[in-house]
Design a protein around this ligand. Structure first.
Ligand SMILES: Cc1cc2nc3c(=O)[nH]c(=O)nc-3n(C[C@H](O)[C@H](O)[C@H](O)COP(=O)(O)OP(=O)(O)OC[C@H]3O[C@@H](n4cnc5c(N)ncnc54)[C@H](O)[C@@H]3O)c2cc1C
Length: 441
């Protein structure tokens, strides 16, 4: 039976960051993921915002990690060679009754140490973002808000974890966890592993994964959200626009993505099929876009997708606003119900888990840890994806790094993300995958 100091379950952004952080110490680490690629769960479908940190309760772990994660995001993205944009944000209110909510967030944000927050008058906000529908009552400006590609950040952390000696097996679902004198035995269909520590980063399944060994105190109720992606040609605001309505459930968020697309996030909704969208939800979102950003050409939508939100609650029914790291037994750590802003806090949460593990094992620091990962940037003149101008060399490098499907290549280099959504390049990429196999270049 193979033995490790740590097994991380789930290769979403939190599992990938945790595996990377564990390798800052001499902790042998195995990452197990049930899907055929990393970051296929919540990490692939979210709003891509690096939050400023004014939403979170002062004094909470979430508030501290958000403000720190935001401040550190530039350095992290430089280390991992992932694009990051500190574009700022406006939280806009049109109804005078919604303005006190902005004032409350301003006060929260100041307590949390969010830099540069300012309450703007309607005309000031409209001058800053001329695309906004006129009649803004007030807006909260947060210059530190940013955007990052969530799955690319997760993939980069994954590659860096492997570079630093972590092992990973994809397509391995953890089915059982048995406490034993040496720690835990972690079972998959194919193999059983021995480990001293377990890090449960199973996202929407984290309560079930903890339940394989210990009854979880925190459980998850899932709901959904819907998104629209606009072509890069669509006119977009410069900053992230949050629409604060007095009545909850009506606002949308407009996000200028690092790739140049406009992303629109809709409101929370009940979930029927995970990651599915609904015609009525999309129509409603388009109506809201026309209302908030009247100049947006709604004919330029190129994609829509659905998301899954894990909402943590206790048996008493009480919902849990802060992050909880469950530690039901020595060496067993669970992140259950990390939702927004888990992307912003991913490095901080991964580091927190790794520090706990290092303390538990009295592990020594790894002097060879190298935080730097090289992005895929070498192009050649053979352009395969015409919309996004992605070359054969980039696609081959993605395959060499482990991409085994057209979708996995897309998520590493952006092929198929443009207007034609891959209809022109997918066939050739599939052919290359077949020719070169999975990472065997
Ligand atoms: C709609 C939405 C919008 C959001 N927007 C933002 C935002 O703009 N900014 C921000 O900071 N945060 C945002 N978040 C939060 C952030 O996206 C999440 O906190 C983060 O992506 C969660 O990552 P994860 O690794 O926990 O989950 P996941 O990405 O779901 O990863 C968990 C992994 O565990 C695997 N797994 C599950 N069970 C097993 C098993 N038994 N064996 C092996 N593998 C298993 C799954 O396949 C999956 O890959 C948003 C969240 C949601 C839901």
């Amino acid at each position: 039976m193979k033995q490790y100091d740590a097994i991380v379950i789930g290769a979403g952004i939190l599992g990938c960051m945790t595996a990377r952080s564990l390798r800052r110490w001499n902790i042998s680490t195995l990452l197990l993921e049930k899907e055929e690629d990393v970051c296929r769960g919540i990490t692939r479908a979210n709003s891509a915002i690096v939050y400023a940190g004014y939403d979170n309760k002062p004094g909470s772990l979430k508030a501290a990690l958000t403000v720190r994660g935001n401040a550190d995001m530039e350095a992290l993205c430089e280390e991992l060679e992932v694009p990051f944009s500190r574009c700022g944000s406006l939280l806009v209110a049109y109804e005078p009754e919604a303005v006190p909510k902005l004032e409350k967030k301003l006060s929260n944000g100041r307590k949390n140490g969010v830099p540069g927050l300012k309450l703007l008058s309607g005309p000031e906000a409209e001058a800053m973002e001329p695309m906004l529908k006129k009649g803004v009552a007030a807006a909260l400006y947060a210059p530190s808000t940013g955007t990052v590609n969530p799955w690319l950040l997760g993939i980069a952390a994954y590659e860096n974890a492997l570079q630093n000696g972590a092992e990973a097996i994809l397509g391995r679902e953890v089915l059982a966890i048995r406490p034993c004198p040496e720690g835990y035995q972690v079972e998959t269909r194919e193999e059983v592993y021995q480990t001293r520590m377990v890090f449960n980063c199973a996202g929407a399944f984290a309560d079930r994964v903890q339940g394989l060994a210990f009854a979880p105190e925190v459980k998850l109720k899932l709901d959904g959200a819907e998104y629209l992606v606009f072509d890069r040609l669509a006119k977009k605001p410069e900053r992230v626009i949050f629409y604060q309505t007095q009545s909850s459930g009506k606002g949308i968020t407009a996000i200028p993505c690092t790739e140049g697309n406009l992303l629109i996030a809709g409101v929370r909704k009940d979930m029927t099929i995970p990651y599915a969208t609904s015609p009525e939800g999309l129509v409603e979102m388009l109506d809201r876009v026309k209302e908030l950003l009247p100049e947006t050409d709604t004919g330029l939508v190129i994609r829509s997708f659905g998301a899954v939100r894990p909402n943590p609650y206790r048996d008493s029914g009480e919902s849990i606003p802060d992050y909880v790291i469950e530690n039901p037994a020595p060496g067993f750590y669970s992140l259950i119900g990390v939702k927004t802003p888990g992307l912003t806090c991913a490095e901080g949460l991964g580091m927190l888990l790794a520090q706990r593990g290092a303390e538990y094992l009295s592990a020594e620091e790894n002097p060879d840890f190298d935080p730097k990962r090289r992005g895929i940037s070498e192009k050649d003149n053979d352009i395969l994806c015409q919309c996004e101008q992605i070359s054969r060399a980039e696609i081959l490098e993605a395959i060499r790094r482990g991409a085994s499907t057209v979708e996995a290549v897309k998520r590493r280099v952006g092929s198929g993300m443009g207007r034609c959504q891959g209809s022109r390049c997918s066939g050739e990429i599939a052919r290359l995958l077949e020719e070169y196999g999975h990472g065997s270049l």
